[in-house]
Design a binder for this molecule. Structure first.
Ligand SMILES: [Zn+2]
Length: 130
């Protein structure tokens, strides 16, 4: 692979322990999954192979979580099913965009009257095996 910045060959290495902040979740670490691509010019980016399957596995675990979801977990699941804040609010029965945003930011508790269960509309998960 060549650098998009300078055109030189990019070195890559497996990251043993990677804090996957891009997921939007606080405490998600990937062990021996992330590949760091570095160029001598200073360009660097991280690749997460099979990211879709990883996100499916994360969602599966969240959907089976026994405790309430955090706002960040709630946001992860909303994005995983591909809904906008407005679409989710509508699916939950006229919950406003601001309310959903407050739930996701954790500034407001999720109203249990609207709280999604494992049987939320459009939310299903299957454990995929390779
Ligand atoms: Zn470069």
């Amino acid at each position: 692979m060549d650098c998009l910045n300078c055109g030189k060959r990019v070195e890559h290495s497996l990251q043993k322990h990677y804090h996957y902040r891009e997921s939007g979740l606080d405490n998600l670490y990937l062990e021996n999954m992330a590949i760091v691509h570095k160029c001598v010019c200073g360009q660097q980016f991280t690749e997460i192979p099979k990211m879709e399957r990883l996100h499916d596995a994360i969602a599966y675990d969240l959907l089976n979580k026994k405790a309430l979801w955090s706002g960040r977990e709630f946001r992860f699941l909303r994005k995983w099913v591909g809904l906008t804040v407005e679409e989710l609010g509508s699916a939950l029965g006229q919950v406003s965009r601001d309310t959903v945003s407050r739930w996701e930011r954790g500034t407001d508790r999720i109203n249990t009257r609207h709280a999604p269960s494992n049987a939320s509309p459009g939310v299903t998960a299957e454990r995929r095996c390779d």
